[in-house]
Design a protein around this ligand. Structure first.
Ligand code: AP5
Length: 212
């Protein structure tokens, strides 16, 4: 099963992908996490990606598509994958469709998580992430037991540079799923729209229901 998670920044794609992949066994692939890993390691790709991420803009398609296609060619992505943050536009969607089609696979589900701008700003401003395992928290909605420490692995929690108010404003302008991308999946009869502005467990339940 190959699933794409669509939604604006802060909709809960990463949080829900972690929950859904635990219960479905799918591989979780986040292009944002892949870029952040490259930034941490100081690779050439990381240096390039950071200039775009710092401004709240998309990394160029050719770079992102190449990275993603190389990753899905690895054996652990053969059985099923949940794509989080990819595709962001029709060029990326077409590249993914073609790569999957070439090996006899296709996107089975596109799950669109909808959340209002006001709520997105509040979520991104209060987000904390674990440096070690990537677990996602929110200081008000989903706090860790001990402030600054990950419940799962005791790692240190941090806030992303691109969650600063200025960058969040740009991300909300530029990063929402475009209409033609949503239409692409609607026409393929794989699109489900989920109200993401509810309790975490209710959103997870609806997403799981859509996958069934
Ligand atoms: P990426 O990391 O993908 O960022 P994003 O799309 O902006 O999404 P976020 O990670 O900010 O939000 P999310 O939807 O995962 O929300 P989360 O679960 O954390 O990309 C980063 C950058 O990399 C991009 O800006 C771009 O430069 C580049 N990039 C990545 N992919 C690319 C691509 N395909 N092409 C080109 N460039 C690309 O939740 C947010 C907060 O809300 C958390 O604190 C969480 O606890 C809380 N929360 C979640 N759900 C709920 C709920 N139901 N109720 C209350 N709180 C909730």
């Amino acid at each position: 099963m190959f699933v794409v998670l669509l939604g604006p920044p802060g909709a809960g794609k990463g949080t829900q992908a972690q929950r859904l992949t635990t219960s479905t066994g799918l591989l979780h692939l986040s292009t944002g996490d892949m870029f952040r890993e490259n930034v941490r390691e100081g690779t050439e790709l990381g240096v390039l990606a950071q200039t775009y991420m710092d401004r709240g803009e998309l990394v160029p398609d050719e770079v992102t598509i190449k990275m993603l296609l190389e990753r899905i060619a690895r054996p652990d992505a053969a059985e099923g994958t949940m794509f989080d943050g990819f595709p962001r536009n029709i060029v990326q969607a077409t590249a993914l469709d073609e790569a999957l089609r070439a090996r006899g696979d296709l996107i089975n589900h596109a799950l669109l998580i909808a959340v209002s701008d006001e709520e997105l700003v509040a979520r991104l401003g209060g987000r904390w992430l674990c440096r070690s395992c990537g677990a996602v928290y929110h200081e008000r909605n989903d706090p860790p037991i001990k402030e600054g420490i990950c419940d799962k692995c005791q790692g240190e929690l941090y806030q992303r540079d691109d969650d600063s108010p200025d960058v969040v404003r740009t991300r909300l302008e530029k990063m929402k799923p475009p209409a033609d991308l949503i239409e692409h999946y609607r026409e393929a009869h794989v699109l489900s729209e989920i109200d993401g502005e509810r309790a975490l467990d209710s959103v997870t339940a609806d997403l799981l229901e859509a996958l069934r």
